[in-house]
Write a protein that binds this ligand. Structure first.
Ligand code: PXL
Length: 286
């Protein structure tokens, strides 16, 4: 049997909130890939709760990465998410330069903001570093707020176009400014239009819109579940459209269950009952 594909996941581990590494580990395992965590911080719970304890891992990263260097580690994919400090972002830029080969797909989830607001633990310096990381990635997965921050556009102006027939075209035009020789795919997540949520897959040769039903407001960790499914599928050679579809369907049923159960948004979504959707026939027949 072929060795599993390895994906380095640069993200925090939060005890509560079903986000970051507690989302990526089960998802990437269900997809038949090996998730190798590079922890950026250890938190009692994600930062959306009223309080949290956070152990920033910045000063432990060099030794941790040195351990991987000694093993001669190689990765088929790298996925980055929540970062704890600008210095840490520099260390991650160095990690990518050293460990990303011509065969490694880098997916950057530019975690820094949502609903028009930058997260309390992110300052301007860290947001600038996230933009630097995004430039190194083949694939980026911003929400609307992050898209505006990366492109230097106004979120307020963008939202003012909501409800207009050209709203999605307006978003696509902003996303296209982030395409480059390296960055071939931008997936803008969580665009609310009426009672649907749209995900805009923007590539040099075209745009696809993958929609799902909208339930309630936003939940913790959905971006992390999305980027994990997308990365696992892309690393396994699936097309971007089918990878986004798989991520969207998985999230739709998980969010629906959480909405019906009255789950608190900070606790994340009940994805655990739906991991089966991520197994494909070729894996389950083995
Ligand atoms: O899901 C994004 C995320 C990841 N990690 C931590 C967070 C958040 C969003 O608030 O607080 C610790």
């Amino acid at each position: 049997m072929k060795a599993l594909q390895k994906i380095a996941v640069v993200n925090d581990i939060s005890g509560f909130g079903r986000c970051s590494l507690t989302a990526a580990l089960p998802v990437l395992s269900a997809l038949g890939t090996e998730c190798c965590p590079l922890p950026t911080a250890i938190l009692s719970n994600q930062t959306g709760y009223d309080s949290f304890y956070c152990d920033d891992f910045t000063d432990r990263l060099d030794a941790y990465i040195a351990g991987w260097r000694r093993l001669g580690a190689r990765f088929d994919g790298i996925l980055t998410g929540y970062l704890a400090s600008p210095l840490q972002a520099d260390k991650i830029l160095g990690f990518i330069e050293e460990f990303k080969t011509g065969q490694t797909l880098y997916v950057c989830d530019p975690v820094m903001a949502d609903d028009g607001r930058v997260y309390d633990t992110y300052d301007d310096a860290l947001c600038r570093k996230v933009a630097e990381l995004a430039k190194q990635a083949e694939v980026i997965t911003p929400n609307l707020t992050e898209l505006c921050l990366l492109a230097g556009d106004s979120y307020t102006e963008l939202i003012a176009h909501g409800g207009e027939p050209d709203y999605e075209k307006y978003i696509v035009r902003i996303a296209e400014t982030l395409l480059s020789r390296r960055t071939h795919t931008v997936v803008v997540t969580g665009v609310c239009v009426g009672d649907s949520v749209r995900n805009l897959l923007v590539q040099k040769d075209g745009v696809s819109v993958i929609s799902s039903r909208r339930y309630g407001g936003s939940y913790s960790g959905t971006g992390d579940l999305f980027s994990a499914v997308l990365t696992g599928e892309l690393v396994r050679g699936k097309s971007a459209v089918s990878a986004v579809r798989k991520a969207v369907r998985f999230l739709e049923v998980s969010i629906e269950e959480s909405f019906r159960a009255g789950t608190d948004r900070n606790d994340g979504v009940n994805f655990q009952n739906h991991l089966e959707m991520l197994l494909d026939e070729s894996q389950s027949e083995k």
